[in-house]
Design a protein around this ligand. Structure first.
Ligand code: ATP
Ligand code: MG
Length: 362
């Protein structure tokens, strides 16, 4: 992939997504210039609440056709609850991308960056550096179930967890592959087989089966409850952590929370086969409370762009981009840093500092 043109659909969305996106694109353009990469950007104004107000829908009918020809969607954030209810905006855009483009991997780095204070006492950059791989399409988040004896004393509600062999194996394969590519080669699987007695032991059995194909990878399995405690007490012991839709969801909020502000964390929604585009976005939402002030931290957006380059095999450029982010954060210049990091700077000062640092890469 690294020699071809990477086609990127830029979808800023709502709120601070619109404010941080220009710096994400500028940083990608800077790294493309530096490393002679061919990146093609096309901007789209749908998947936003403004679009909804004009058209009565979050996206045009042919959105899938429009976006299918891209390798990646570079996504800002969606949702302005004062304009459109969150369930309408989210289900009408981001969740459609995830489902229709079969982005069955949700990937998040947990990496303590220099200049960022972890809420965990005594942790330094380098101490926390692992990946969370979440199953993104099935599991606990099914809509199968219902209510019986409604309105009576026997009222009973049931919601099913669905695990398919294809669905479990494909996320495990991705996680094993990722672990095998890293120096520590360690995979931690999150289940709860002592309490959830059918689906979770099944997941464990598929881990054991898949492990046979990756003998170099060390595997450990924890119940989700004790694993959350370990995230806080010894985050340095993890390398790649894999979990079902629900457990991965919980861990992928807890992990980045251990590494400082939500404003810098990125995430990928990945279709590994490349049959459909993958989507890269900051972890944060549209942050209506700070929208319009120009003070949003742009690093989550920029780092999501870095993940995108890494995913498509532009490893050298991606490494340089990550170093540039780290160098700027490490300087901890309060005139440049945004308020969420204790600084007096704004989106522009921090975004341009990273861009400049990329351009200064040797
Ligand atoms: P989602 O839309 O993903 O459900 P949310 O609406 O619950 O998320 P966010 O929009 O991420 O939450 O905002 C949560 C808090 O974090 C807000 O107070 C917001 O101002 C702050 N925040 C989010 N992103 C940033 C950022 N990039 N820079 C500074 N502060 C941020
Ligand atoms: Mg929101």
């Amino acid at each position: 992939m690294a020699s071809k043109t990477l086609k990127i659909a830029v979808v800023p969305g709502d709120g601070i997504g619109v404010e941080v996106m220009p710096y994400g694109v500028r940083c990608l353009q800077a790294v493309a210039q530096k490393f002679n990469l061919s990146l093609e950007f096309e901007h789209f104004n749908f998947a936003s609440c403004d679009y909804y107000e004009k058209h009565g829908d979050m996206m045009p009918a042919d959105w899938k056709e429009k976006l299918s020809k891209f390798d990646a969607i570079y996504f800002g954030a969606v949702g302005m609850p004062d304009q459109v209810p969150d369930n309408v905006s989210l289900w009408g855009s981001l969740l459609k991308f995830r489902r229709e483009f079969d982005q069955y991997i949700n990937l998040r780095p947990c990496r303590l960056m220099p200049g960022v204070k972890s809420p965990l006492a005594g942790r330094k950059p380098g101490d926390i550096d692992f990946w969370i791989v979440r199953e993104n399409t099935e599991g606990e988040y099914s809509s199968v179930g219902g209510t019986m004896f409604e309105g009576t004393e026997r009222e009973t509600v049931i919601q099913e967890t669905i695990m398919t062999r294809v669905g479990v194996d494909r996320v495990l394969r991705y996680a094993f592959d990722l672990a095998a590519s890293r120096p520590r080669k360690k995979l931690t699987s999150a289940t709860k087989s002592n309490g959830i007695s059918i689906t979770m032991p099944y997941w464990d059995s598929r881990v054991r089966e898949m492990h046979k194909q990756f003998p170099d990878v060390a595997v450990e399995q924890y119940h989700i409850d004790i694993l959350t405690a370990h995230f806080v007490q010894r985050p340095d012991s993890f390398d790649v952590v894999v979990g079902s839709n629900l457990f991965g969801d919980i861990l992928s909020d807890l992990g980045p929370a251990c590494t400082g502000t939500i404003g810098i964390a990125p995430s990928g929604n990945i279709n590994p086969s490349g049959e459909f585009p993958s989507l890269f976005e900051p972890v944060h939402g549209s942050a209506p409370d700070i929208f319009g002030k120009g003070i949003a931290n742009p690093v989550g957006m920029i780092w999501a762009g870095q993940m995108m380059l890494h995913h498509f095999g532009f490893t050298e450029a991606a490494a340089a981009m990550l170093s540039a982010i780290e160098n700027v954060l490490a300087r901890a210049d309060l005139e440049i840093m945004t308020a969420d990091m204790g600084g007096r700077g704004n989106t522009q000062s921090l975004g341009e500092a990273v861009e400049k640092e990329i351009l200064a890469t040797k």
